[in-house]
Design a protein around this ligand. Structure first.
Ligand code: CA2
Length: 149
């Protein structure tokens, strides 16, 4: 049987604070809760998940570079770097696997500066506004995109 497809799930700055502050915007689940839910979901889809968080743009760029040839898809909640980072866009642009841009909140219902995503041009699709359930939806999307390959 073929190896399960591997999905790298990246989380950017401050997402380690989930469940600790601002539950009205980002929900009550912690990042550890979401990691566990992703691993459960991945099992049902025949995927494996490598779930990571960093507050460092440089570390995220390195992880994206390392995904080339080693991961079958990337899901990324880049946090505030979504709205600023040409470096993340450039790193994502060298990948030739499905990329899902993800946000817990509906960035289009928030401040104007959150309406612009620097990384969206590299994404196969964008999911936002569904809270932690967005991670579950992103894994469904990955599975569909890989099945259609
Ligand atoms: O909605 C999302 O997932 C965001 O990517 C979250 C980012 C924000 O800058 C983006 O515009 C949208 C912020 C992540 C910070 O997470 C916190 C969690 C709890 C408490 C404080 C911050």
């Amino acid at each position: 049987m073929a190896d399960p497809s591997s999905v790298l799930i990246l989380n950017g700055p401050n997402l380690n604070m989930l469940g600790v502050r601002e539950p009205e915007i980002y929900g009550r689940e912690t990042l550890a809760d979401i990691d566990a839910a992703c691993k459960q979901k991945a099992k049902t889809l025949g995927l494996t998940v490598d779930f990571r968080q960093s507050n460092s743009e440089a570390e995220l760029v390195t992880w994206i570079q390392e995904a080339r040839g080693t991961q079958d898809a990337v899901v990324i909640n880049a946090g505030a770097l979504t709205h600023t980072s040409v470096a993340l866009l450039d790193a994502l642009s060298i990948l030739d696997v499905p990329i899902i841009e993800l946000h817990l909140s509906n960035i289009y219902a928030r401040e104007d500066f959150r309406h612009r995503s620097f990384i969206a041009p590299a994404a196969s699709g964008v999911i936002c506004g569904f809270g932690a359930a967005g991670y579950d939806l992103a894994l469904d999307a990955v599975q569909r995109l890989l099945a259609n390959d």
